[in-house]
Design a protein around this ligand. Sequence first.
Ligand code: F6R
Length: 247
Amino acid sequence: MKKYILKDYEEMSSKAADIVTSQIKNNPNSVLGLATGSTPEGMYKHLVQRHKDGEISFKDIVTFNLDEYYGLSSDHPQSYRYFMEDHLLYHVDIDPDNVHIPDGLTKDIPEMCKNYDQLIEEAGQIDLQILGIGINGHIGFNEPGEKFVKGTHLVDLTDDTLDANSRFFKSDEQVPARAITMGVGSILNAKSIILLASGKNKADAIKMAFEGPITPQVPASILQLHPDVTLIVDEEAGSKIKGEKNE
Ligand code: F6R
């Protein structure tokens, strides 16, 4: 595993954007796995700027998002589709047909999940998967549990996650209790993975995930089995793991 412990959020964001930029330049038809949340916002800002500067094009890029709240329509300001449109998709030259985000309003969950996995397979799997991490060690919305789940599925969000997500909603009652997430199987099938984390509230999750045992109680710990993972954290999130500060 490659590990970058960088000064702050800005350095983390720009390092992550460098890796995505190289991926796009090396393979303009890349399949990217995308995450939402506060962590990758800075990275998306850089990518939008680099697109505006003419450095990268998303014309032939294909994307698959990790997850979506169950029950939120795509035009709900807290839906992950809305987030992606706002932070990346509306600002770059991506073909809307190449954008995939689980449908939070699906009437047939098993069918939608099966199709999502099939589309990822047909696209030839994900070339570069971008991940954040929950304070409980979740990746996507694969929450701590008794076993790892391979494919896309519906999950009940844990209290920790509901708590963390509530900062985006006006009241706790509005926070969706369920979500549809890619499983750890599709995440592990990605050819390369970058995981970003920032802030001291992520330090324990990073330590448990990368220096603890591999267990479904800490879903991100399964990344220890992947041959090409790059961890990019700021000093606070990396404060409990071994390693030199990288420039
Ligand atoms: C979002 C996702 C989640 C987040 C995680 C951290 O698509 O997959 O796993 O990455 O909940 O969220 P933030 O970045 O808001 O701390």
